[in-house]
Design a protein around this ligand. Structure first.
Ligand code: ZN
Length: 409
């Protein structure tokens, strides 16, 4: 049966990429779980030729995907905390926010962002379904509602309290299964004259830099400005500005408001839509060649790892991030080629990567092992990682990334 587009219901005839089957990328395993069966789900992405929404294919039992005990705490990344703080300073000025305003953040995580609003005495509310992260935010004095956001919740909030002057959605739009319902919710909760900002990894970067490892089940959509503008418009919202950000390998921050708002639309919007058109995001041929790109990256990595093994050189990985799991599972890399991965998060240490079953250890071991090569899986933070591990450079260790091409740094 042909799947229908989650936005426009047009039948989806065209594949973007097929990564076979993979376990959920955040399903880190304990030692005991290594003796149990592991669930794999199809990981296929389609493109809608009608509205150009790039989306994962539906599969059975999607609801079991989030039945995991692992939660990501945003505050663990210092760079991300700084990003959130400078954003809050910017919106405070740009939107003239004060103690009479009301700010809502959807997917507020551990309060990494709203802590700044609390410090500025700007009334706010976080919406966050994951209890463990919501609890941390509450301990910082941030009011948090434990719920999934959508039109029904927005209607309830609007009945019971004020509408929002600002709604923030950072790295949530790509994660929602029903993107239409989510956007209608934004329109319902937004005060007349209010603003919405949404940040998401940009499809243009994914395609131009071959970032196929950013594809995983938890991401339902891969978004362009063109598709997001179309989806917001059908919910009664319009995009009035867009910023390019360096986060997550290249993201967009879209500024939206009610369609009847009098704000002038920035020239940035037309420029970005044109860049997307020039890059071929409105042409099926662009999408049709992506699989080959991903396969080339996978094959290069495998050849490199096999060659190191032949030469008796030790290779270890750094960063047990979701994108590493997509890459390693698609490439079929197992502990014989990559004996372990180092990660600074204590919650991951002692566990195993899903699928590949590569053990996760604390980075301290690197000082004893002094490997010949460190493969940095989260390429978006390679500078930060290389700085932390600069002592290895002095003993001759090479740092390598696999995406967009195999590169010795
Ligand atoms: Zn569509």
């Amino acid at each position: 049966m042909l799947m229908k587009c989650r936005h426009c219901a047009h039948p989806l005839h065209h594949n973007f990429i097929d990564l076979g089957f993979a376990p959920p990328s955040n399903a880190y395993l304990t030692k005991e779980q290594l003796h149990q069966p592991e669930k794999y789900f199809p990981l296929r992405v389609k493109v809608c030729e009608h509205c150009w929404l790039v989306q994962t294919e539906d599969y059975a039992a999607a609801d079991t995907l989030f039945d995991q005990h692992y939660a990501y705490f945003s505050s663990i990344s210092k760079g991300w905390l700084a990003h959130a703080q400078s954003y809050c300073d910017e919106v405070e000025k740009k939107l003239s926010l004060d103690h009479e305003s009301f700010v809502v953040e959807v997917a507020s995580n551990d309060g990494y962002l709203l802590r700044n609003m609390v410090a500025k005495s700007i009334p706010c509310l976080g919406i966050e379904p994951t209890e463990s992260t919501a609890g941390v935010a509450r301990s910082l004095g941030i009011p948090v509602l434990s719920a999934f956001f959508g039109e029904a919740l927005a209607q309830k909030l609007t009945r019971e309290g004020p509408q929002a002057d600002l709604i923030i959605g950072n790295n949530v739009l790509a994660h929602v299964p029903d993107i239409n319902d989510f956007c209608r919710g934004l329109a319902t909760l937004l005060k007349p004259g209010g603003a919405i900002t949404l940040e998401f990894p940009h499809l243009l970067e994914l395609i131009s830099l071959g970032q196929f490892d950013t594809i995983y089940h938890e991401h339902f959509s891969y978004l362009s400005l063109r598709a997001v503008s179309t989806i917001l418009a059908s919910a009664g919202l319009k995009v009035w500005n867009v910023d390019c950000l360096s986060t997550h390998g290249g993201s967009l921050r879209v500024w939206a408001c009610h369609a009847n708002d009098h704000r002038a639309v920035s020239a940035n919007v037309a420029h970005m839509l044109e860049r997307e058109a020039l890059a071929g995001l409105g042409s099926l041929a662009t999408y049709a060649t992506f699989q080959q790109r991903a396969d080339n990256i996978k094959n290069e990595l495998l050849s490199y790892l096999l060659e190191q093994k032949r030469q008796g050189r030790t290779v270890v990985a750094y960063g047990a991030a979701a994108k590493g799991n997509t890459l390693l599972n698609y490439a079929g890399v197992k502990p014989d080629l990559l004996p372990y991965v180092c990660d600074a998060a204590p919650s991951k240490q002692g566990k195993y990567l899903p699928g590949s079953h590569i053990p996760i250890v604390a980075p301290d071991v690197l000082a004893d092992v002094l490997p010949d090569v460190v493969l940095i899986l989260p390429w978006n933070i390679k500078a930060e990682v290389m700085q932390q591990l600069s002592f290895l450079r002095e003993v001759g260790t090479s740092f390598v990334t696999a995406v967009p091409m195999l590169e010795v740094l």
